[in-house]
Ligand binder design. Sequence first.
Ligand code: SAH
Ligand code: SF4
Ligand code: F3S
Length: 475
Amino acid sequence: MERKEIVLTEDQREVQLHYIELCKSYVDELKKKLGRDVTCCVNTFGCQMNSRDSEKLLGILCQMGYIPVETEDADFVIYNTCTVRENANLRVYGRLGQLSGIKKKNPHMMIALCGCMMQEKHVVEKIRKSYKFVDIVFGTFNIYKLAELMYHRINSDGQVIDIWDELKGVVEELPTVRKFSFKSGVNIMYGCNNFCSYCIVPYVRGREKSRMPEEIICEIKGLVKDGVKEVMLLGQNVNSYGTGLPIDITFAQLLQRIEEIEGLERIRFMTPHPKDLSDELIDVMSKSEKICNHIHLPLQSGSSRILKIMNRKYTKEHYLELVDRIRAKMPDVSLTTDIIVGFPGETDEDFEDTLDVVRKAKYDSAYTFIYSKRTGTPAAAMENQVPDDVTKVRFNKLLATIDEVSHSICARYEGTRAKVLVECVNDHDSSLVTGRMTNNLLVHFPGDASMIGSVVDVELTECKGFYYLGKDIDA
Ligand code: SAH
Ligand code: SF4
Ligand code: F3S
């Protein structure tokens, strides 16, 4: 394909749309050559930030003419990677081996790697040296450049690698393809400034930066016009939203403005940091009609001593007092959490404190993680790493305690009615649909695909641990 010169304008969005058009010509030629449609697959690892980024990547590929598929024998495969724990990393290397086999049979296949793992120098070195069949490597700050990078790859012989070490500006409003028609993630801020001592995220996602409220509201209005009923506001620490903006605005005030958007039915957010969850936020939530009845409040550890070394900036007592303040205003709120087991230096006594908080905070559910050493973080250099066998025993004990507590908590709605936003036809039984209550618990009940995206009144007939069986009241 002939290489055309690109004149860079100030407006990156226009530039990228231009590259998309150039890649579209390549895709058209490829389709003719192969005599069939060409397909793409974006595979996402990690958190909702990555899921949202993947929707942007898929939007660009679809605009070029690729048809999205779920399987990795596609003509363009992207892995949007996560590096928060080591096993996320290992999974990517394992699957790359399989991709190389597919590419041998389908030589024009393009393979791209992006996301958090690619922000680590040693990873990129490894890909450069040992995974030469990977065509394009980019990071978390330049995903909007996919078409440009692909254009360079088409016109060069080797791997194209483009990693930035900071956010230089965000290009929103490029085409996106949403996974769900009725709900969407919305970035309200990027990056993280907290540097919890175990965590790699601030190193791979850069410094915290909030988006202007008008931009966020404009995006949500557009989504609502397009059929979205529920938004999930995304940030690593949503409570510090607004810091660094030229105007004064808190997260609670942003929520109030979003609440006013007509047609929007549900607002969720992820993740608030316990160190600065304000009374203003609790107050706004308790009065809101649209903000969901759920707070994900990562604990990480119940030991004040460990929390200090983790650099979490709250104590066990402060956390429990916060839970009390939340429950005083929202008695019915569902609380979920993240907990790390086996942080360096964690003793049996520290771990007992974690179990104590689990019993007192009465979580609906908890995501539990075995501490994973991340190169470059302060905790990785700590000498008193906990032996694997000790961590394993604690981990199992934690799971058992959560089970014990959460089952009765989740069951508290049995026999009541709830509004359920239907998400999909049930995976195992096609006579059922699956939806979510505002407290994020899943409900399965008789229904069909026509109900997807609608809010249905459901009677919660039976609690099965972490989900409910129900029945449509109007059916
Ligand atoms: N910003 C969010 C967390 C994002 S990472 C917050 O502060 O809560 C998601 C979760 O991964 C964290 O809450 C933590 O429980 C877990 N995690 C992060 N780094 C980890 C590590 N090195 N080992 C094990 N779990 C980790
Ligand atoms: Fe990681 Fe802490 Fe930032 Fe969350 S707040 S992303 S755990 S550094
Ligand atoms: Fe993973 Fe990056 Fe999210 S490291 S958890 S995908 S911010």
